[in-house]
Design a protein around this ligand. Sequence first.
Ligand SMILES: Cc1cc2nc3c(=O)[nH]c(=O)nc-3n(C[C@H](O)[C@H](O)[C@H](O)COP(=O)(O)OP(=O)(O)OC[C@H]3O[C@@H](n4cnc5c(N)ncnc54)[C@H](O)[C@@H]3O)c2cc1C
Length: 418
Amino acid sequence: MNSYDVIVIGGGPAGCAAALDLNQRGYNVALCDQAKFPRDKVCGEFISPGADPILKKLGVLNAIESLAPKRLKGVAISSYESVELGIDYPAVTETAVRPTSLSVPRYQLDSLFLKQVQSAGVKVFEQYKVTNFIFNEGCVVGIEGWDENKTSFSLRSKVVVDAGGRNAVSLKKFNLKQERSSKVAFSAHWQGVHLPDDYCYMHVSWPGYTGISSVGNGTANVVLVVDRFENERNENGKGAEKLATFYHRTLMQNCRRSKMLENGERVEPVRSVESLAFTVKPVPCGGLVLVGDATGFIEPFTGEGIYLSLKSSLLAGEVIHSGFKISDFSQNILAVYEQKRHQEFDGKFLLSQVLQRVIYNRTFCNRVMKSLATNRALAETLVGVIGDILPAKKVISMEFLFKLLLGTLKANKKVGLG
Ligand SMILES: Cc1cc2nc3c(=O)[nH]c(=O)nc-3n(C[C@H](O)[C@H](O)[C@H](O)COP(=O)(O)OP(=O)(O)OC[C@H]3O[C@@H](n4cnc5c(N)ncnc54)[C@H](O)[C@@H]3O)c2cc1C
């Protein structure tokens, strides 16, 4: 049976980042993915500017840049067809250069990432589906599964990183997933969409929100997120046709988006993903570390999943490296990773929950947007946090809240509400 220092399950951004990081640290790494690449993924496809330094450290930024990818300068948010605000990412270094976010189709990005992993020397097994773990004294020491020919395989390692995303084998095996929302997302690429500027356009309105952004080559990605029951209640018919009818009808209900999309054409079938947000219970054994979406998922309004995936893999890499130094991958040692993850991400998760509350309340959302419109610096701080270039505490603070409320009062006075 082949043996490695580390086995990574999953070749998405989290798995590739973990494999590259551990490879750079000198470990013998294998990566298995059930898919054959290139493979697609429901995603808004813009990557927080905060991810650039990580991609550079992992040695993949140049390869991504060689695709001449689209770069977006910020986010344009509209609230219930009234207030609209384009907000650029703020400059956070002495150079005063404003950062931008990569916007690349996942079909291209993930495949390129995996190729980089392979050329770095990681043993990559495509179309290898992991179905179970091998244990020794209560610790995971390997994996089992099926390859493309339905032949069983098993591989041994000192530690396993599960980067299998929202359907990761660990979540099923140990029953770790706790559903947090009944939302459903739809996505498809379009051509001929009229996008006034290089922003990711977020349109908040009933019964949900959309994210529309260019991914280069005249193509735009159009993602719709709504309550699952809204979708089921409102559409007759079956399967793909029902999905597409609901998607188009809901998109066109909002006058701002219909203006953008009226001359556009959807160029692929609509794809969907259900039960968007979930949390994950701690792993009940040693030898196994979860990274990326396998650790839980916040709704995609802030579009940070790829950054969080990359960052979680780097944090896991640090802790696994410490484990190798003392040859210990027990639950206690790996718990340090959990602590680091919470320190790093809890503020972001809280902000995301607050934003969810705001956007689903029309009056409140309009007021917050008006307040942000009166204070550009405040708006840019928010977008800087969402873009992972400023720490969450810049927004999760009394000072920010106070300025936001002040702005709300000023805005209301102007329109005669206050
Ligand atoms: C609607 C929507 C919009 C989003 N928009 C954005 C956005 O604009 N920006 C952003 O940064 N993030 C966005 N996200 C989040 C982002 O897509 C995820 O956070 C990101 O893909 C997580 O990466 P990952 O590597 O953890 O998982 P994935 O990308 O899901 O990769 C998991 C991989 O594991 C493989 N795998 C799974 N199980 C097994 C198994 N048993 N054996 C072998 N292989 C296995 C799969 O084939 C897959 O390749 C969005 C998500 C949704 C749902």
